[in-house]
Design a protein around this ligand. Structure first.
Ligand code: SF4
Length: 485
């Protein structure tokens, strides 16, 4: 699809909306005459003069409409997208469950609109009439919004969470574009990485202390943190224990996602050093699907690993599933859901497959049929029947049918960290390669401070990383909440 914009500066909203219908697109600026070749089969022309003219030619249809040009830019782009969404649904004969809503955080949008209008019913009407969101997704969003309200209202600007990144994995899953380094070729790197990471953790504790921040949750993620040895994991977690006051921490999670590198010894280390929540991820209960996505474990390996964690006595175990994996079916996905429910996992997180550009699925141009992913997600109604509530949600670009990822929880086991990070309502200080520190101010201001992405860069330029941590104090000062409590 060729998108031609005339007298319009921004193309972000128009491009994102178009991407929901076609991935193959390019954007140019100028008039139709200047840009349209005789053989351009699919094109969109949006031109702003006294009014805005929109013309769409695709799927054998030719559609056009005009709207008044609003002085308020935000409203103008919303108006354009509303017309465009109508045209796309007509041309492609397909409505999206989230309507024209392209953002990553629909619950935050609902909360912002609620802050403005003060009436949840009015906000739901806006979702329906302004963004064309389906009733089912509005309900999902509203349920999560209501559940999160007290948790979010209870946050103080001086609270923060600590994220620690261990970017290694036993092998790379075919759908993953994560910056994770396969552990087989990285064992030498791991020792040095762990040493640097421990140094950064110690420095971070001092920085947070100087800024007068109060630690609320800890999350050790990756990659797969259990890809390092039990000894290395102990070293990292002991450093955390020695440098932070864990007695006031409300939740401490370690991702132990891959059963092919998570041993009883590592799980015991995790428990002994203070974590109360682990994530052990089957992704699917089908061995054929596991093979197809390059995971080196069977579903029985997952169950054995889960049972070990249960015996060790974690308060909360999360299990991740993915809807839409290659070779999976609606029945297969339903079976996976039933499996997690039968195990009694306190958290079940249901992701929708995202086709990321750097993943093997996309790079290798695998030819899969993903058409039944929405039917898979419909099966999540069985979670409500079994006492699970949705508690956080996010969307990603390039997710199948622009659908969502939702965390479900037994009541009282909702992960605070997941809510904090997805809703961006609390400062998260990150350590390790790929970590992004986000300092959140009292009025919702947000400043990101980046660590280097790859472990090799992280080790090589470690002094710069430590130096950047000092920025946390400067930003807290800028946001006006340093030493004034
Ligand atoms: S375990 Fe997770 S981070 Fe590692 S390769 Fe698989 S999807 Fe990516």
């Amino acid at each position: 699809m060729l998108i031609i914009l005339n007298n319009l500066e921004s193309h972000y909203e128009i491009e994102q909306l178009t991407r929901m219908y076609t991935k193959d697109l390019s954007v140019v600026h100028g008039t139709k005459e200047e840009n349209l070749a005789a053989d351009t089969a699919q094109w969109l022309y949006v031109s702003k003069n006294e009014q805005i003219d929109i013309q769409l030619c695709c799927c054998g249809k030719s559609l056009q409409d005009s709207i008044a040009a609003d002085e308020n830019e935000e409203k103008m782009y919303l108006d354009i997208c509303a017309v465009l969404y109508g045209m796309y649904t007509d041309a492609f004969d397909k409505k999206m469950a989230w309507g024209m809503l392209t953002g990553v955080r629909p619950v935050r949008l609902m909360r912002n609109l609620y802050a403005k209008h003060g009436d949840a019913d009015a906000v739901c009407s806006l979702f329906k009439d302004r963004y064309f969101v389906s009733d089912e997704k509005i309900k999902l969003c509203r349920d999560i919004f209501s559940l999160q309200k007290d948790i979010i209202d209870g946050c103080s600007p001086k609270d923060y969470s600590l994220y620690i990144s261990i970017p290694f994995c036993p092998t790379r899953c075919s759908y993953c574009s994560f910056v994770s380094v396969g552990s087989t070729g990285a064992s030498k790197l791991m020792g040095e990485y762990v040493d640097k990471l421990c140094e950064e953790i110690r420095y971070t504790a001092q920085t947070a202390h100087k800024a007068g921040l109060n630690l609320k949750t800890i999350y050790i993620g990756g990659g797969t943190p259990t890809a390092v040895s039990a000894q290395q994991l102990r070293k990292i977690m002991q450093t955390v224990k020695d440098n932070f006051d864990l007695s006031k921490v409300l939740e401490y999670t370690v991702e132990a996602g891959r059963p092919d590198c998570t041993t009883k010894e590592k799980l015991q280390v995790i428990k002994d050093l203070g974590a109360d929540r682990v994530s052990i991820n089957p992704q699917t209960f089908s061995d054929d699907v596991l093979r197809a996505i390059g995971r080196r474990h069977s579903h029985q390996d997952f169950i054995d690993c889960y049972n070990m964690a249960r015996e060790i006595g974690f308060k909360t175990i999360n299990t991740d599933l993915i809807a839409g994996l290659p070779l999976d079916t609606v029945e297969g996905f339903e079976n996976s859901l039933k499996g997690c429910i039968a195990l009694g996992a306190e958290n079940i997180t249901v992701h929708t497959l995202t086709l990321k550009r750097a993943s093997n699925i996309v790079v290798n141009r695998e030819n899969n049929d993903y058409s039944d992913v929405a039917q898979m997600l419909e099966k999540c109604s069985m979670l409500a029947d079994n006492g699970y509530i949705p508690y956080y949600m996010y969307r990603q670009k390039s997710t199948l049918q622009s659908l969502e990822n939702v965390g479900y929880s037994q009541i009282g086991h909702e992960s605070l960290y997941n809510i904090y990070i997805m809703e961006e309502i609390q400062t998260i200080i990150s350590c390790g390669a790929g970590g992004v520190t986000k300092v959140v101010g009292p009025k919702g201001e947000l400043k990101r401070i980046y660590n280097y992405k790859y472990p090799t860069e992280y080790i090589r330029d470690f002094d710069t990383i430590l130096h950047r941590k000092d920025e946390v104090i400067n930003v807290c000062q800028q946001f006006g909440f340093l030493n004034d409590w």
